[in-house]
Write a protein that binds this ligand. Structure first.
Ligand SMILES: [Zn+2]
Length: 78
């Protein structure tokens, strides 16, 4: 199925907006995301954002402190 405006026949880029971004014509429901689809998209978006923040949060954890302590111990042994 092709998502184009029935009035001006330009492609619909944002199916969350219920009218054509080019001519302002109201778009039929069949061409738009349903509420469920919008919910799914929002969930996917927030999931991928969560993953990204988790990765950067882990790499900048308390690792540096652990390493410096380890180095100090082995130095006194010699
Ligand atoms: Zn249009």
């Amino acid at each position: 199925m092709k998502f184009v405006c029935p009035s001006c026949e330009r492609p619909i880029y944002n199916r969350r907006v219920n009218k054509c971004e080019f001519c302002g014509e109201a778009l039929p429901k069949e061409l738009l995301f349903s509420e469920n689809e919008v919910d799914n998209l929002d969930n996917q978006l927030s999931e991928s954002l969560k993953k990204k923040t988790n990765i950067s949060g882990n790499s900048s954890g308390g690792g540096a402190d652990f390493f410096s302590r380890d180095f100090g111990d082995s130095g006194g042994c010699d």
